[in-house]
Write a new protein. Structure first.
Length: 227
């Protein structure tokens, strides 16, 4: 870790604010700002945070849900415990197919919101980092589809790149409203953006392609012409 990076971080206003307010990371302000605009985390709701370490988003989610809600953090890394009784954490990998079941065992009721700030280990190659980030975003979306209630919300990090449109199309099959947001706390030189999916409607199949329709028509024609 270079001294230049450390100096830049110390000059970062959100890093300073996080230290002053007792938040575990400057990323806390990203969730705080977007939730102030869209109010998608409400009092009394159950929230699941994927890639939750060190816990900055857990703090913001807990402030939003209050005493009557519940927040579950999931990460491969250990997360230092909180004093709040309604924050729990589990060790888990979003690539583990059993993770949705583990989550549902911990959450007391339906899941209203799924958050994902999961990031890959960056390689320095824009193409590779974009592909890795979008893979993780899709993994988080698949988990959300298995645990979210109808009408629920999904909020996840992505990187600018060629796979963004496919990811948005994928989201639009499951959420009534899809927004792309870049909170002020995101660094201006960062390629990260966030997708917000509102009002989960369940997974819908994409319309058949012209090739699929032609193949089906030929198959049906062949079946109908048999004696």
């Amino acid at each position: 870790m270079s001294s230049r990076w450390i100096q830049k971080r110390r000059r970062d206003q959100f890093y300073k604010l996080a230290k002053d307010k007792g938040y575990r990371s400057r990323a806390s302000f990203k969730l705080l700002q977007v939730n102030r605009s869209y109010r998608f985390i409400k009092r009394g709701w159950n929230v699941v945070d994927l890639g939750a370490a060190p816990g900055g988003w857990l703090q913001i989610a807990r402030e939003a849900v209050g005493e009557s809600g519940f927040v579950l953090g999931v990460d491969k890394q250990e997360i230092k415990p909180f004093s709040w009784h309604n924050i729990a954490t589990i060790a888990g990998d979003i690539e583990d197919p059993t993770l949705p079941d583990l989550i549902m065992e911990k959450v007391p009721g339906r899941v209203d919101v799924v958050l994902s700030d999961v990031s890959p280990n960056l390689t320095g190659s824009w193409e590779i980092d974009h592909a890795l980030q979008m893979y993780l975003a899709n993994q988080a979306l698949e988990i959300a589809r298995r645990i979210l209630r109808r009408g629920g919300t999904f909020f996840a990090k992505a990187f600018h790149g060629p796979d963004l449109q496919d990811f948005r199309t994928n989201l639009e099959r499951s959420f009534q409203i899809v927004r792309i947001v870049k909170p002020p706390a995101s660094r201006s030189d960062s390629s990260e953006i966030y997708f917000l999916g509102l009002n989960y409607i369940g997974e819908t199949r994409p319309p058949p392609s012209p090739e699929d329709r032609l193949e089906r028509a030929v198959s049906e024609e062949g079946t109908a012409s048999r004696p």
